[in-house]
Unconditional design. Structure first.
Length: 252
């Protein structure tokens, strides 16, 4: 906060000593810079709320310490409107526009754990959304390729993530088609409820690669993990029911 006050005083000096046009430009720049600093502030209160969230996730059965550390490091409130600070660190999904949501922290942690990420893994994400899951994957050491079908979210997240230090490869497109040009992938994660398992995604996995995907129509899906075998077949595992927004085809 002291730095913000000093910054404001500096620009007040500019007001006194420069031409009116430059004054206006300087004030606009100052206000923009201060607003961004305030929005991206990560103080002791935020960090304390994250620690409580991590403890909640641990109590709910998340045991992968690397995933919990990633959740602890990433300010979730950056991804929501600043008026929803309390909700940012509760275990709840939240609307982010275009009919999409930022997933429950538990869901993010659960899916990330199922991927069993090794540093340098090439991961395809279907459903970028606001980029929170994307950033968690990157903290875990993955090289992330992510597809978003909603133009508004794609444009917003493509601009936002680099501002907080994350530079995945983002694409505007149809998640059902995957991204064959960059295949094969070590893992693929789908962050929306698919009515069926798209064959294109299975084809784009490496041998031994994992596809983590919630499958089912309606409001509830079954979380599945498919592991690709040498002959091209898959071993399928189920991990209980979750609720996601539906996976839709084509771009919007």
């Amino acid at each position: 906060m002291y730095r913000l006050i000093l910054l404001a005083l500096f620009f007040c000096r500019v007001v006194i000593n420069t031409h009116e046009l430059i004054i206006r430009q300087s004030l606009i720049i100052a206000l923009f810079y201060i607003c961004n600093m305030l929005k991206l502030e990560d103080n002791f209160k935020h960090q304390g709320l994250r620690r409580k969230l991590v403890n909640t996730l641990r109590e709910k059965g998340i045991s992968n310490e690397l995933v919990l550390t990633a959740i602890d490091q990433l300010p979730r409130h950056y991804f929501l409107d600043e008026t929803f600070l309390k909700q940012a660190y509760s275990n709840m999904a939240f609307q982010i526009g275009s009919g999409q949501t930022i997933s429950h922290p538990y869901t993010v942690a659960f899916q990330s754990s199922l991927l069993e990420i090794n540093k340098g893994d090439k991961i395809l994400e279907i459903g970028t959304g606001c980029g929170y899951q994307t950033a968690v994957l990157m903290i875990l050491g993955a090289k992330v390729f992510s597809i978003e079908r909603q133009r508004y979210l794609y444009d917003k997240t493509k601009t936002f993530l680099p501002k907080i230090g994350y530079k995945p490869k983002l694409f505007y497109g149809d998640g059902y088609a995957g991204k064959e040009a960059f295949a094969p992938f070590d893992s693929i994660i789908v962050t929306c409820g698919a009515p069926y398992i798209p064959d294109a995604l299975v084809q784009q996995l490496k041998v031994g690669g994992k596809l983590v995907i919630p499958v089912g129509e309606g409001s509830v899906q079954e979380m599945k993990r498919l592991i690709k075998q040498e002959d091209g077949s898959v071993v399928e595992e189920s991990f209980g029911e979750f609720s996601f927004v539906p996976m839709l085809q084509e771009k919007e």
